[in-house]
Design a protein around this ligand. Structure first.
Ligand code: AN0
Ligand code: CP
Length: 315
């Protein structure tokens, strides 16, 4: 594996998931593989899970880790080629990426979308600038349009807990108080489809995801119909793609209830976290016996360690 920016870098997803489950059984098996190698984790936005799980995964492989909060602790970076840098941005990505590539053997980057300029977010300007100017393998720690390490952990979680070859996996929009990226649902949809699951996406009118991420999934505005017979219900809020970054008014009540869950096949409840309790998902479902949220978070280490191992083996 040369990079990990999307499901396209995963190869055959069911085999990669199996490799991850095998690695989980023997997490210390490759503790020397990354000896003498350094992972750089660069954050332009906050993180709990991604930061700690990827760091832990690197330690499990014997790597050193340097974490840098690029948004707070470093110079503000200019990403436009040809920019006249006479304002607040002190360093160009060309220099920064070249320097970081000398200090690190693998580089992880988190860069959330601005949710203002769809073109800028969906062409992945920041991620692609790093890719262009870094000379080392790049891992996405959530970019403008995708969160592949999260989605990989999610499909590992489904594979580990599923009793069916083709579970019904429902991705449902949930309420929130502020506009969130589409990265998690975009990414989850493409990974879940790649596992061969039956994938249904349900959202209110105005919240349709970009079609390129939903190929192979069924899409409905009817949450009840989507939930019928579901084996997994993945809950997530996102802002509008069409009216980019907006939060169009919603008809009906999209908050999942225990009553609504009665229509499912004793479905497991998933969320990538962080979750706003009783806004996005009710206490009873987060804390209930069918909640997988902690298992998903645990698998962030499995996912990151599998990706790092495969990159180290290729390098
Ligand atoms: C972010 C998002 O929705 O993309 C990160 C999730 C992993 N969530 C929030 O900002 C709450
Ligand atoms: N799920 C996830 O990526 O969490 P963090 O934003 O805390 O890393």
């Amino acid at each position: 594996m040369k990079q990990f920016l999307s499901v396209k870098d995963a190869g055959d997803v069911p085999s990669l998931v199996q490799e991850a489950l095998d690695l989980k059984e023997n997490i210390g098996q490759y503790s020397d593989l990354g000896k003498g190698k350094t992972l750089g984790l660069l954050f332009l936005n906050p993180s709990l899970r991604t930061r700690m799980s990827t760091q832990r995964a690197a330690y499990n492989l014997g790597m050193n880790v340097i974490v840098l909060n690029l948004d707070k602790d470093s110079w503000q970076i200019e990403f436009e080629d040809g920019a006249v840098m006479n304002s607040t941005k002190s360093e160009h990505i060309k220099e920064a990426a070249g320097v970081i590539s000398q200090y690190c053997d693998i580089i992880g980057l988190r860069s959330f979308p601005g949710l203002v300029d769809r073109e800028k977010d969906y062409t992945e300007q920041i991620l692609h600038s790093f890719k262009k100017y870094c000379s080392k393998p790049l891992i996405s720690l959530e970019s403008g349009t995708r969160h592949p390490l999260q989605s990989f952990a999610d499909v590992i979680t489904i594979a580990e807990t599923s009793t069916q070859a083709k579970p019904k996996v429902v991705l449902t929009w949930a309420p929130h108080i502020k506009a969130l990226p589409q990265a998690v649902p975009n990414s989850f949809a493409e990974w879940a489809v790649a596992t061969g699951a039956e994938v249904v996406i349900t959202q209110p009118r105005g919240y349709e995801l970009a079609p390129e991420f939903c190929q192979g999934a069924e899409i409905t505005y009817d949450q009840d119909a989507a939930l019928a017979g579901a084996d997994y219900v993945y809950v997530k809020n996102w802002s509008a793609y069409r009216e980019y970054g907006a939060m169009p008014q919603v008809e009906g009540d999209w908050l999942l209830t225990s009553d609504k869950m009665n229509a499912t096949n004793h479905a497991k409840v998933m969320h990538c976290l962080p979750v706003r309790r009783n806004v996005e998902l009710i206490d009873a479902l987060i804390d209930g016996p069918d909640s997988l949220v902690q298992v998903q978070a645990g698998h962030r280490v499995t996912a990151a360690q599998t990706v790092l191992k495969k990159i180290l083996e290729t390098a």
